[in-house]
Design a protein around this ligand. Structure first.
Ligand SMILES: [Zn+2]
Length: 422
């Protein structure tokens, strides 16, 4: 079990940072104007309360701290020339569930293909679980993610699929994060097989009304075996009318109209993006040139799914070269990607999807923030939330260079150091 304790708040100066990734071009001390990750070498960072108060070169820290808070910091921490990055923003997880699907995984490892239908196994277990059992699972997975450097976490419902069970899922998720997504349209529940439109009516009506108060987002699984583009449009339009932001699961298992639908509805993100046409890529790219700045549709890649289901990886290079904003997320769920490790996502993105190290780290931090339309996380500059990860490595490159090795040595969230104890 993991327990998370907190230190006292106050102003803390972290110095001795060998390589600081800020994701803020133009930040003090960043010397390469062409580097969107805006690395500062031999850096220091001042955390004051839950915010970053100053960032720059260590040599400038005394003057910087004085200018920022007018006094000495309450605490100084020498990180010993290690690399520091913004806390990971995991913008796609399904953590409200009970049971596991190890047997299905084992069968898949023996050659059976992944289909969307396995979700129903988790639905049965989740409906049967008590609130406290679901809470315990959430707490365990949230702590597990935090220990690996995740400081912002989106959590979806979608294993209840009744009004009461979906309402319970978003309510429990809301106890651990502000980024809650209503995914009643995950699959059609077993009791309504063959009555898909009847279920969509329920999702758009009574279920949405019950779930919207605790949710920030609405999502739909637009895929063969789940929901058609017309059904997905109904769900997303109803969610938007209820005040929820739009995100979509699409183009995971094959080509389809989900990406175009997401862009046409101004979705914050379309997730998976494994099978894309040239028109899909162009639509995603144009969402970033024609829209109000910061309101395009992010392509969120979930390479833990391809790892776990032996599917072809998405082509991040193609998206990045077209000018699409890309995020990386874990899709942590018991069926298709039972990992909460954002360091693993960075390693997979570099090895399997064509990203550079800088692009992958940016996608796992600033990219996730863009996918949640958040400007306060995923970056380290004055005013940002004081969420950061100290790596037990001299550079962020080690996240991909040493895959599978636990390199997250210290995590700070909202200005406090987390102390996961195992
Ligand atoms: Zn998902």
């Amino acid at each position: 079990m993991h327990e998370v304790e907190h230190h006292e708040h106050g102003a803390t100066l972290l110095f001795g940072i060998g390589e600081l990734t800020t994701n803020v071009p133009g930040v003090a001390g960043a010397d390469d104007p062409d580097d969107p990750t805006a690395v500062v070498r031999d850096a220091a960072i001042l955390l004051d309360g839950d915010r970053v108060a100053w960032v720059g070169r260590e040599a400038d820290a005394a003057a910087g701290v004085e200018a920022a808070i007018g006094r000495a910091p309450d605490r100084t921490v020498d990180v010993g020339r290690r690399a520091v990055i913004p806390g990971f923003v995991d913008s796609h997880t399904h953590l409200v569930f009970a049971g596991d699907r190890a047997a299905e995984f084992e069968a898949r490892a023996a050659g059976r293909p992944y289909t969307a239908g396995g979700i129903r196994t988790t639905v049965t277990a989740t409906r049967a679980a008590s609130d406290d059992a679901l809470r315990a699972g959430l707490a365990r997975h949230v702590a597990e993610a935090a220990a690996q450097g995740t400081t912002t976490l989106e959590i979806k419902s979608g294993y209840g699929l009744t009004v009461a069970d979906e309402e319970r899922s978003v309510r429990l998720a809301r106890e651990v994060t502000d980024e809650v997504t209503f995914l009643g349209a995950h699959v059609v529940p077993p009791e309504l097989q063959g009555r898909e439109d009847e279920y969509v009516d329920l999702v758009c009506g009574e279920m949405l009304a019950a779930c919207a108060p605790a949710a920030r987002w609405v999502d739909v699984f637009c895929e063969t075996g789940a929901f058609t583009p017309d059904q997905a449009r109904r769900v997303l339009t109803a969610g938007a009318a209820a005040g929820l932001g739009v995100r979509v699961h699409a183009n995971q298992l094959g080509p389809g109209d989900g990406v175009q639908l997401a862009v046409s509805l101004g979705a914050a993100s379309v997730d998976h993006c494994t099978y894309l046409s040239d028109d899909d890529v162009a639509a995603l790219a144009s969402s970033w040139t024609s829209a109000v700045p910061g309101t395009g549709t992010v392509a969120t890649l979930l390479p833990g799914v391809e790892l776990s289901t032996r599917q072809p990886y998405p082509d991040a290079r193609r998206l990045l070269d077209a000018g699409v904003v890309v995020a990386l997320a874990s899709d942590c769920n018991p069926g298709s990607s039972y990992t909460s490790s954002m360091p693993l996502m960075v390693a997979l993105a570099v090895q399997e999807t064509g990203m550079t190290v800088a692009e992958a780290v940016r996608a796992a931090t600033a990219g996730g923030a863009a996918a949640l339309r958040r400007s306060d996380v995923g970056r380290l500059s004055p005013g940002a939330r004081a969420d950061l990860v100290v790596l037990d490595a001299p550079s962020r490159t080690y996240l991909a260079y040493r895959p599978g090795v636990p390199l997250v040595s210290h995590v700070w969230k909202e200005g406090r150091e987390l102390h996961p104890s195992r």
